[in-house]
Write a protein that binds this ligand. Structure first.
Ligand code: 5GP
Length: 120
């Protein structure tokens, strides 16, 4: 086991461009790309390029504070680029009870339609 304690995921291949994705935003630390199974007209995933132990939000530690802030700010940049700044939703599923399926922390940025609450 590595310090990361988690198997590689499909997102590593997306980060390494081994499998294609539709990239919306990218910088040194963060990658944002369209979800393959969109749940709204805009559905973008925002991920850290280095997982660094963040398989899920439940594993966050103090040392992750900076990247967590960068991810949230990148979500706003994505919303701006996609033209949904007037209304959008940012979701993190953490753990099986929340239906997390890929164990590399990611923010869902959703918009382009009326979002309802509670999500269920
Ligand atoms: P989770 O359920 O873990 O919160 O979200 C994982 C998301 O990753 C799902 O919405 C799923 O559609 C998306 N996803 C899984 N595999 C791929 C892929 O290969 N490419 C892209 N673009 N999205 C993926």
């Amino acid at each position: 086991a590595t310090a990361d304690s988690g198997a590689p995921t499909i997102f590593d291949k997306i980060i390494n461009k081994e499998i294609p994705s539709s990239i919306v935003y990218e910088d040194e630390k963060v990658l944002a790309f369209r979800d393959i199974n969109p749940q709204a007209p805009v559905h973008v995933l925002v991920i850290p390029k280095l997982r660094n132990g963040l398989t899920e939000l439940a594993k966050a530690e103090g040392r992750h504070g900076e990247i967590l802030g960068q991810l949230l700010y990148a979500a706003k940049i994505v919303a701006e680029k996609e033209g949904i700044l007037d209304g959008f939703r940012v979701v993190i599923n953490s753990g099986p009870t929340a239906c997390q399926s890929v164990y590399h922390l990611h923010l869902h940025v959703l918009g382009g339609r009326q979002m309802n609450w509670p999500p269920g």
